[in-house]
Design a protein around this ligand. Structure first.
Ligand code: NAD
Length: 277
């Protein structure tokens, strides 16, 4: 094994990375890190300004990035985004399916029982997380199949392994994302090319906009009972920070994981290993 091989293991310089939900907290962090590696980053988000802010930051830091408004639930919008990426960078080697989230109306509470969760809220959460992962994988995956190489990284969650209380639609949707990660890994390797890899990250608990209402009191910013329970069940004793995902992401996106496909990597401070006793 040469030194040159070891130095190139994590190399992403010149690769083109497309990040959906790239304007958000976790995927904004991954986009910025990718920019620092020398990858060309396409920051895709429904929220145009959020995507633009991340792309601007990458450029200000000396990296290469574009912002593209894109709705991961609308195939025409994804196809238009893919065209923009190809025009700008001539390739799309990496896809991070990061757009996702939960909403209050699909979350049980003292005011909203499981029996009354509205079907449209359940559908919204399922679609955003699962269908919003599948559609971009179709559009960008087709190109990877033509090229014979590529890397997809999905964003699953702790609740895919064991569901969390109160969030049935989000738990089921992320379980579907993990299942689809394995399915697509096998399909791409067998039907198209063993050089197309598909993996997922399963973040533990990161305090972001989608879960702040569940984990902290809006008036005092103190932890809710649920927030406290999570910290008590996380052996490392804290929430994750966006930077905590970067190492696992760069490993799964780079040649360092050349023989790894179809796995879901927990990045959770030990939450999934701890029985609570
Ligand atoms: P976030 O809300 O900060 O980011 C999500 C981004 O997705 C937002 O910028 C939003 O505008 C974008 N988005 C929403 N709908 C979209 C659509 N239809 N098309 C394109 N973009 C759309 O949330 P985050 O916490 O950074 O979450 C990122 C990913 O990580 C999500 O898939 C989430 O489910 C997952 N996750 C988060 C946690 C956590 O603790 N925060 C834990 C596990 C998994």
């Amino acid at each position: 094994m040469s030194d040159q091989y070891l130095q190139s293991l994590f190399g992403l310089s010149g690769r083109v990375a497309v990040v959906t939900g790239g304007g958000g907290v976790l995927c904004g962090g991954m986009s910025r890190a990718l920019g620092r590696t020398g990858a060309n980053v396409a920051v895709l988000d429904l929220a145009r300004e959020a995507a633009q802010a991340v792309a601007d930051e990458i450029r200000e830091g000396g990296g290469t990035a574009i912002a593209v408004q894109c709705d991961v639930l609308d195939r025409a919008s994804i196809e238009a985004a893919a065209e923009t990426v190809l025009e700008a960078f001539g390739a799309a080697d990496i896809l991070i399916n990061g757009a996702g989230g939960n909403k209050r109306q699909a979350t049980t509470s003292t005011d909203l029982s499981f029996f009354d969760l509205p079907a449209d809220a359940i559908q919204w959460v399922f679609n955003l997380n699962f269908v919003g992962t599948l559609l971009p994988s179709q559009v960008f995956g087709r190109r990877m199949a033509e090229e014979g190489e590529g890397v997809v990284l999905n964003v699953s969650s702790m609740n895919a392994f064991r569901p969390l209380t109160r969030i049935p639609a989000y738990s089921a949707a992320k379980a579907a994302v993990s299942n689809f990660t394995q399915w697509l890994a096998v399909h791409m390797a067998q039907e198209y090319s063993p050089s197309i890899r598909v993996n997922a990250l399963a973040p533990g608990f990161f305090l972001t906009e989608q879960n702040r209402f569940l984990l902290t009191d809006p008036n005092t910013q103190e932890l809710t009972e649920r927030g406290r329970t999570i910290i008590d069940h996380t052996p490392m004793g804290r929430f994750g920070a966006p930077a905590d995902l970067v190492g696992a992401a760069l490993w799964l996106l780079s040649p360092a994981s050349a023989f790894v496909t179809g796995i879901v990597v927990p990045v959770d401070g030990g939450f999934s290993a701890f029985s609570g006793v």
